[in-house]
Write a protein that binds this ligand. Structure first.
Ligand code: ACO
Ligand code: ZN
Length: 226
């Protein structure tokens, strides 16, 4: 009885009954059967998708104390392509992307960050491009916006009409919710810069983000300015 009360006090601070699963990161309500069901459905599938068993032939492009980055390229063995696809689908469904195929699958390079628990906690898809349209700063928000308007505005970023030279387009960047703000996205991008074009190091200006989300824009802004 006392435990129940404590749980309610802890969880109630954010949203009544809401809890975050410490394995899959899903936020759900413990006392809602529908939520529990959805969590059960999601939990297994998610952990299976990001599980990395290790491959005999893996292309390690960077190593760190807390993990490594492997590169998956078109033409790689089926199991590698499948893992890259599985993780990309996880990212896409979180981003709300409808389209589950890549625009140019034969040219896309997928970078996967594997942590020390053998989980794929980061995924970045990079594609060669010729030009890009820079994302422009957003004007101030109106005070009387509803939540839906707010979401809409965050999706419709203003883009410059003047194309600029770019070489590498980031079509997806995703980090597992429980592994964010540990520099994983930054390290994946730095690795793209040094490995995307063989024998050359890309400048930050040569990299463009396609259609960034609010998180993506915050990150891209920081990345471009440092
Ligand atoms: N809010 C404010 N600043 C942020 C945020 C944020 N949500 N995320 C990153 N930053 C800034 C910070 O300055 C951060 O440095 P700090 O932690 O020292 O303050 C800096 O960027 C570097 O952040 P990283 O730790 O390298 O980024 P992370 O590994 O957390 O990944 C990412 C960032 C990929 C955007 C992650 O939040 C994510 O997966 N979000 C959900 C999916 C998403 O929206 N992806 C972008 C889609 S757009 C596209 O794919 C082209
Ligand atoms: Zn879970």
């Amino acid at each position: 009885k006392q435990d129940d009360d404590q749980l309610i006090i802890d969880a109630g601070q954010k949203q009544f009954g809401a809890t975050t699963c410490s394995s899959c990161g899903m936020v759900y309500s413990l006392d809602n059967p529908e939520d529990n069901f959805q969590h059960n459905q999601f939990h297994q599938r998610f952990l299976e998708s990001i599980k990395y068993v290790g491959w005999k032939k893996e292309r390690v492009v960077a190593e760190f104390w807390d993990g490594k980055i492997i590169l998956v390229m078109p033409g790689d063995p089926k199991y590698a392509i499948k893992k890259a696809d599985d993780v990309r689908h996880v990212a896409d469904s979180e981003l709300g992307f409808q389209q589950q195929t890549l625009s140019r699958p034969t040219q896309a390079k997928t970078y996967l960050f594997i942590n020390s628990e053998r989980m794929v906690v980061g995924c970045l898809v990079a594609e060669p491009i010729r030009r890009a349209y820079r994302v422009l700063e957003q004007p101030e928000h109106h005070k009387d916006m509803t939540k839906d308007d707010f979401m809409e505005r965050h999706r419709a970023w203003c883009c410059s009409t003047v194309p600029e030279q770019a070489l590498c387009g980031i079509s997806r960047i995703w980090v597992f919710s429980l592994a964010r703000r540990q520099g994983i996205a930054t390290r994946m991008l730095d690795t793209v810069r040094s490995t995307f074009v063989y024998g050359s190091h890309l400048t930050k200006q040569e990299i463009a983000f396609s259609d960034p989300t609010p998180d993506g824009k915050q990150f891209a802004t920081k990345f471009s300015n440092t």
